[in-house]
Design a protein around this ligand. Structure first.
Ligand code: DAH
Length: 319
């Protein structure tokens, strides 16, 4: 049986072959793709068998209670079985770090929230159809696994409002896991991640917001980007915008290929008021967008379902 490392190398080389599809005449692409897929399936099966065989033969004692140096010569077997951080968590750290370097504080979101933080404190009128736009789950007690990280806005504003009295600004990002009652497909998941941003000061403007967002995306994708906005609607911002970036050439984009990355806008005066902030003295902006989509674009992934799948072949590609 071939060595595991050789098989993995073969898989890597084969993956590179897929890029050649563009050079193949369109009528031959189907056959080309089918052949590659068949080869890939065969290699994956060999890898699975090799891993199984390795487990059968080479089970060496590993003393998990021993001091760390005792198991230092961990055989390849263990290193291939050893877990790693989930790619989304690694990327989330990058996202948060970019904002931290711009001076933002970080507050973690929560996994169970209530009607008040999900809707009322965000200026959703009672019975307003905008509430239906968020396909929320509910527990039997009526609690809500948050459908967006905006549920944290009210808390963040209250937590930080003393800063305004001292003449300082509020600048906070909120990473978190969110849940929606979605029909799951390649671009929709019931569980995904978002990062929210909240900024309040005496005199901030929409221009400041666009500057921060441009800076964030250019840092994240490590290149200059074209950006664009279009009007949006969110009850908690007025005006509301959808923020788009032109898909970079290096990531397979063509000119004019704009992707919507997040929702944003100037915080609605009612939202500030409910948190005890005087909207005639302070202004703010906020934004929120999905992390999964950000990461998919960075790595050229075409199916969001990989993230929650626990598929080891997928996860190992990020090791
Ligand atoms: N929470 C919105 C969503 O998930 C996105 C959003 C829009 C967040 C505007 C904001 C905002 O903070 O100001 O659809």
């Amino acid at each position: 049986m071939e060595e595991l490392s050789e098989l993995k190398l073969k898989l890597k080389n084969l993956n590179a072959e897929y890029a050649r599809i563009r050079e193949i005449a369109p009528e031959k692409r189907g056959e080309f793709g089918r052949e590659l897929n068949a080869k890939k399936m065969a290699i994956l099966e060999q890898i699975r068998l090799a891993e199984e065989a390795a487990m059968d033969v080479e089970v060496l004692p590993l003393d998990i209670t021993a001091p760390c140096a005792a198991n230092e010569k961990m055989p390849e077997l263990y290193s291939c079985l050893m877990g790693s951080r989930h790619p989304l968590m690694v990327e989330m750290d990058r996202v948060v770090e970019i904002y931290q370097l711009m001076g933002f504080d970080v507050v973690e979101s929560r996994q169970l929230d209530d009607e008040y933080h999900m809707f009322d404190s965000l200026n959703f009128a009672k019975e307003h159809p905008a509430r239906d736009g968020y396909d929320t789950f509910r527990t039997e007690e009526g609690l809500i696994p948050p459908a967006h990280t905006s549920t944290m806005q009210h808390r963040v504003l209250k937590m930080y409002k003393d800063r305004l009295a001292r003449g300082e600004d509020i600048a906070v990002v909120v990473p978190g896991r969110v849940y929606r009652n979605e029909d799951v497909n390649a671009t929709h998941e019931h569980t995904f991640y978002q990062c929210e941003g909240v900024y309040v000061s005496e005199s901030c403007t929409m221009g400041d917001m666009l500057g921060i967002l441009r800076e964030f995306f250019e840092k994240y994708y490590e290149q200059k980007l074209n950006i664009r906005t279009q009007p949006g609607y969110f009850p908690f911002t007025e005006p509301s915008l959808e923020f788009m970036i032109e898909k970079p050439k290096t990531l397979g984009g063509k000119k004019g290929d704009y992707l919507e990355m997040l929702g944003c806008g100037m915080i609605h005066p009612n939202v500030l008021k409910m948190a005890g902030i005087d909207p005639t003295k302070s202004h703010g902006f906020a934004w929120g967008g999905g992390i999964d989509r950000l990461v998919m674009l960075r790595y050229g992934l075409n199916d969001m379902r990989y993230f929650e799948s626990g598929n080891l072949n997928f996860l190992r590609e990020f090791k």
